[in-house]
Design a protein around this ligand. Sequence first.
Ligand SMILES: Nc1ncnc2c1ncn2[C@@H]1O[C@H](COP(=O)(O)OP(=O)(O)OP(=O)(O)O)[C@@H](O)[C@H]1O
Length: 233
Amino acid sequence: MTLELRHLQAGYGRAQVLHDVNLTVPAGAAVALLGSNGAGKTTLLKTIAGLVHPTAGEVRWNDRVQGTRTPHARVADGICLIPEGRGIFRNLTVAENLAMHTRGRNKARAIETATRYFPVLGQRLSQTAGTMSGGQQQMLAVARALVTQPQLLMIDELSVGLAPVVIDEIFAAVEMLRAEGRSLLVVEQYVHRALAIADYVYILQKGRIVFVGEPAQCRSGTIFERYLGEGVA
Ligand SMILES: Nc1ncnc2c1ncn2[C@@H]1O[C@H](COP(=O)(O)OP(=O)(O)OP(=O)(O)O)[C@@H](O)[C@H]1O
Protein backbone atom coordinates (compact mmCIF):
# COMPACT_ATOMS: atom_id res chain seq x y z
CA MET A 1 0.00 0.00 0.00
CA THR A 2 1.32 3.40 -0.99
CA LEU A 3 1.02 6.71 0.82
CA GLU A 4 0.83 9.81 -1.34
CA LEU A 5 0.60 13.44 -0.33
CA ARG A 6 -0.43 15.73 -3.15
CA HIS A 7 -0.16 19.51 -2.95
CA LEU A 8 -0.89 19.25 0.75
CA GLN A 9 -1.51 22.36 2.80
CA ALA A 10 -2.29 22.29 6.49
CA GLY A 11 -1.86 24.31 9.67
CA TYR A 12 -3.50 25.54 12.82
CA GLY A 13 -6.22 28.15 12.48
CA ARG A 14 -4.88 30.92 10.31
CA ALA A 15 -1.29 29.76 10.62
CA GLN A 16 -0.46 27.71 7.56
CA VAL A 17 2.40 25.33 8.34
CA LEU A 18 2.59 23.02 5.31
CA HIS A 19 2.80 24.48 1.81
CA ASP A 20 2.23 22.41 -1.32
CA VAL A 21 3.81 19.24 0.07
CA ASN A 22 4.23 16.31 -2.31
CA LEU A 23 5.60 13.12 -0.79
CA THR A 24 5.34 9.41 -1.54
CA VAL A 25 6.06 6.41 0.63
CA PRO A 26 5.99 3.43 -1.74
CA ALA A 27 4.79 0.11 -0.34
CA GLY A 28 7.49 -1.43 1.83
CA ALA A 29 9.80 1.58 1.63
CA ALA A 30 11.35 3.63 4.41
CA VAL A 31 11.32 7.40 4.13
CA ALA A 32 13.25 9.75 6.40
CA LEU A 33 11.70 13.17 6.90
CA LEU A 34 14.31 15.68 8.01
CA GLY A 35 14.15 19.36 8.84
CA SER A 36 15.09 21.85 11.51
CA ASN A 37 12.95 22.70 14.53
CA GLY A 38 9.57 24.06 13.61
CA ALA A 39 9.83 23.04 9.95
CA GLY A 40 6.50 21.22 10.18
CA LYS A 41 7.55 17.55 10.46
CA THR A 42 5.19 16.71 13.32
CA THR A 43 2.37 18.58 11.61
CA LEU A 44 2.96 16.51 8.47
CA LEU A 45 2.72 13.23 10.40
CA LYS A 46 -0.38 14.43 12.25
CA THR A 47 -2.06 15.36 8.98
CA ILE A 48 -1.47 11.86 7.64
CA ALA A 49 -2.85 10.39 10.87
CA GLY A 50 -5.98 12.56 10.64
CA LEU A 51 -5.23 14.68 13.70
CA VAL A 52 -4.81 17.82 11.59
CA HIS A 53 -7.00 18.42 8.53
CA PRO A 54 -5.62 19.67 5.22
CA THR A 55 -6.80 23.04 4.02
CA ALA A 56 -5.94 22.02 0.45
CA GLY A 57 -4.48 19.05 -1.36
CA GLU A 58 -4.88 15.45 -0.31
CA VAL A 59 -3.59 12.49 1.64
CA ARG A 60 -4.06 9.24 -0.31
CA TRP A 61 -3.57 5.86 1.26
CA ASN A 62 -3.86 2.84 -0.99
CA ASP A 63 -5.39 5.17 -3.61
CA ARG A 64 -8.12 6.30 -1.27
CA VAL A 65 -8.40 10.00 -0.48
CA GLN A 66 -8.51 10.31 3.29
CA GLY A 67 -10.35 13.66 3.42
CA THR A 68 -11.90 13.99 6.87
CA ARG A 69 -11.66 10.30 7.78
CA THR A 70 -11.11 9.96 11.51
CA PRO A 71 -7.78 8.97 13.06
CA HIS A 72 -9.48 5.79 14.27
CA ALA A 73 -10.56 4.82 10.76
CA ARG A 74 -7.03 5.37 9.51
CA VAL A 75 -5.58 3.19 12.24
CA ALA A 76 -8.03 0.47 11.23
CA ASP A 77 -6.67 0.79 7.67
CA GLY A 78 -3.12 0.25 8.85
CA ILE A 79 -1.80 3.79 9.39
CA CYS A 80 -0.12 4.17 12.73
CA LEU A 81 1.61 7.17 14.35
CA ILE A 82 3.92 6.82 17.33
CA PRO A 83 3.89 10.39 18.62
CA GLU A 84 6.79 12.30 20.06
CA GLY A 85 6.70 11.91 23.83
CA ARG A 86 5.87 8.21 23.68
CA GLY A 87 2.05 8.02 23.83
CA ILE A 88 1.71 5.25 26.37
CA PHE A 89 -0.54 5.06 29.43
CA ARG A 90 1.91 5.57 32.25
CA ASN A 91 -0.43 4.42 35.03
CA LEU A 92 -1.26 1.10 33.38
CA THR A 93 0.96 -1.95 33.36
CA VAL A 94 2.97 -3.04 30.36
CA ALA A 95 0.52 -5.90 29.71
CA GLU A 96 -2.48 -3.54 29.96
CA ASN A 97 -0.88 -1.11 27.53
CA LEU A 98 -0.32 -3.92 25.05
CA ALA A 99 -3.84 -5.32 25.46
CA MET A 100 -5.49 -1.96 24.72
CA HIS A 101 -4.81 -2.31 21.03
CA THR A 102 -5.76 -5.93 20.59
CA ARG A 103 -9.05 -4.99 18.93
CA GLY A 104 -10.61 -8.34 19.79
CA ARG A 105 -7.41 -10.24 19.09
CA ASN A 106 -6.17 -12.29 21.89
CA LYS A 107 -4.16 -10.66 24.57
CA ALA A 108 -1.58 -13.45 24.69
CA ARG A 109 -0.91 -12.93 21.00
CA ALA A 110 -0.41 -9.21 21.54
CA ILE A 111 2.14 -9.93 24.23
CA GLU A 112 3.85 -12.53 22.07
CA THR A 113 4.11 -10.03 19.21
CA ALA A 114 5.48 -7.28 21.44
CA THR A 115 8.07 -9.44 23.15
CA ARG A 116 9.29 -10.85 19.85
CA TYR A 117 10.52 -7.36 19.00
CA PHE A 118 11.43 -6.35 22.55
CA PRO A 119 12.21 -9.32 24.80
CA VAL A 120 12.85 -7.00 27.76
CA LEU A 121 9.16 -6.14 27.91
CA GLY A 122 8.35 -9.80 28.55
CA GLN A 123 10.06 -9.57 31.91
CA ARG A 124 8.11 -6.46 32.86
CA LEU A 125 4.53 -7.26 31.93
CA SER A 126 3.09 -6.42 35.35
CA GLN A 127 5.22 -3.31 35.88
CA THR A 128 3.51 0.09 35.76
CA ALA A 129 4.64 1.62 32.48
CA GLY A 130 5.52 5.01 33.97
CA THR A 131 8.03 3.44 36.33
CA MET A 132 10.14 1.95 33.54
CA SER A 133 13.20 3.70 32.12
CA GLY A 134 12.72 6.15 29.27
CA GLY A 135 14.13 3.64 26.82
CA GLN A 136 11.82 0.87 27.97
CA GLN A 137 8.86 3.24 27.71
CA GLN A 138 9.85 4.05 24.16
CA MET A 139 10.10 0.33 23.37
CA LEU A 140 6.61 -0.10 24.79
CA ALA A 141 5.34 2.74 22.62
CA VAL A 142 6.73 1.02 19.51
CA ALA A 143 5.51 -2.40 20.69
CA ARG A 144 1.99 -1.10 21.27
CA ALA A 145 1.90 0.16 17.72
CA LEU A 146 3.15 -3.15 16.35
CA VAL A 147 0.33 -5.05 18.01
CA THR A 148 -2.06 -3.33 15.56
CA GLN A 149 -0.04 -4.80 12.64
CA PRO A 150 0.32 -1.43 10.87
CA GLN A 151 1.13 -1.25 7.18
CA LEU A 152 2.55 2.25 7.56
CA LEU A 153 4.36 3.13 10.74
CA MET A 154 5.16 6.78 11.36
CA ILE A 155 7.63 7.45 14.13
CA ASP A 156 8.23 10.95 15.47
CA GLU A 157 11.61 11.55 17.14
CA LEU A 158 12.12 7.99 18.19
CA SER A 159 15.37 8.54 20.00
CA VAL A 160 14.83 11.81 21.86
CA GLY A 161 16.57 11.67 25.22
CA LEU A 162 17.61 8.02 24.95
CA ALA A 163 20.99 6.40 25.48
CA PRO A 164 22.75 5.16 22.30
CA VAL A 165 22.51 1.52 23.36
CA VAL A 166 18.73 1.85 23.74
CA ILE A 167 18.45 3.63 20.41
CA ASP A 168 20.33 0.71 18.82
CA GLU A 169 17.81 -1.73 20.22
CA ILE A 170 14.84 0.27 18.99
CA PHE A 171 16.36 0.69 15.55
CA ALA A 172 16.95 -3.06 15.42
CA ALA A 173 13.19 -3.50 15.85
CA VAL A 174 12.60 -0.89 13.14
CA GLU A 175 14.88 -2.92 10.85
CA MET A 176 12.78 -6.01 11.57
CA LEU A 177 9.70 -4.07 10.52
CA ARG A 178 11.35 -3.14 7.25
CA ALA A 179 12.30 -6.74 6.64
CA GLU A 180 8.64 -7.65 7.10
CA GLY A 181 7.72 -5.29 4.26
CA ARG A 182 6.02 -2.58 6.28
CA SER A 183 6.34 1.03 5.19
CA LEU A 184 8.04 3.55 7.41
CA LEU A 185 7.97 7.32 7.64
CA VAL A 186 10.50 8.41 10.21
CA VAL A 187 11.30 11.79 11.75
CA GLU A 188 14.61 11.47 13.52
CA GLN A 189 17.00 13.96 15.06
CA TYR A 190 19.99 11.66 14.58
CA VAL A 191 20.30 12.06 10.87
CA HIS A 192 22.85 9.29 10.29
CA ARG A 193 20.50 6.78 11.90
CA ALA A 194 17.64 7.93 9.73
CA LEU A 195 19.80 7.68 6.62
CA ALA A 196 20.93 4.17 7.56
CA ILE A 197 17.39 2.80 7.32
CA ALA A 198 15.95 5.08 4.64
CA ASP A 199 15.34 4.37 0.96
CA TYR A 200 14.36 8.00 0.35
CA VAL A 201 15.01 11.27 2.11
CA TYR A 202 12.80 14.35 2.16
CA ILE A 203 13.89 17.63 3.71
CA LEU A 204 11.25 20.04 4.93
CA GLN A 205 12.11 23.71 5.38
CA LYS A 206 9.51 26.20 6.59
CA GLY A 207 6.76 23.82 5.58
CA ARG A 208 8.00 23.19 2.06
CA ILE A 209 9.83 20.17 0.65
CA VAL A 210 13.20 21.49 -0.49
CA PHE A 211 15.00 18.22 -1.18
CA VAL A 212 14.00 14.73 -2.28
CA GLY A 213 16.63 12.10 -2.89
CA GLU A 214 18.37 8.97 -1.75
CA PRO A 215 20.60 8.69 1.32
CA ALA A 216 23.75 8.42 -0.80
CA GLN A 217 23.11 11.91 -2.18
CA CYS A 218 23.16 13.28 1.36
CA ARG A 219 26.40 11.75 2.54
CA SER A 220 28.65 14.45 1.16
CA GLY A 221 27.30 16.86 3.73
CA THR A 222 26.59 19.71 1.35
CA ILE A 223 22.89 18.94 1.32
CA PHE A 224 22.79 19.20 5.08
CA GLU A 225 24.85 22.35 5.22
CA ARG A 226 22.52 23.93 2.75
CA TYR A 227 19.24 22.90 4.31
CA LEU A 228 19.76 21.90 7.90
CA GLY A 229 22.70 24.04 9.00
CA GLU A 230 25.43 22.86 11.28
CA GLY A 231 25.34 20.23 13.97
CA VAL A 232 23.91 17.25 12.10
CA ALA A 233 24.41 14.22 14.35
N1 LIG B 1 -1.14 22.91 18.09
C1 LIG B 1 -0.54 23.94 17.48
N2 LIG B 1 -1.15 25.14 17.37
C2 LIG B 1 -0.57 26.19 16.73
N3 LIG B 1 0.64 26.12 16.14
C3 LIG B 1 1.30 24.96 16.21
C4 LIG B 1 0.75 23.80 16.88
N4 LIG B 1 1.64 22.79 16.78
C5 LIG B 1 2.69 23.27 16.08
N5 LIG B 1 2.48 24.56 15.74
C6 LIG B 1 3.41 25.43 14.96
O1 LIG B 1 3.58 24.83 13.68
C7 LIG B 1 4.94 24.95 13.24
C8 LIG B 1 5.50 23.57 12.90
O2 LIG B 1 5.56 22.79 14.08
P1 LIG B 1 5.92 21.24 14.05
O3 LIG B 1 5.80 20.73 15.45
O4 LIG B 1 5.12 20.57 13.01
O5 LIG B 1 7.45 21.28 13.60
P2 LIG B 1 8.58 20.18 13.71
O6 LIG B 1 9.32 20.24 12.41
O7 LIG B 1 7.99 18.88 14.11
O8 LIG B 1 9.48 20.77 14.86
P3 LIG B 1 10.37 20.04 16.00
O9 LIG B 1 11.54 19.42 15.29
O10 LIG B 1 10.77 21.20 16.86
O11 LIG B 1 9.48 19.06 16.70
C9 LIG B 1 5.69 25.66 14.36
O12 LIG B 1 5.77 27.02 14.02
C10 LIG B 1 4.80 25.47 15.56
O13 LIG B 1 4.92 26.53 16.46
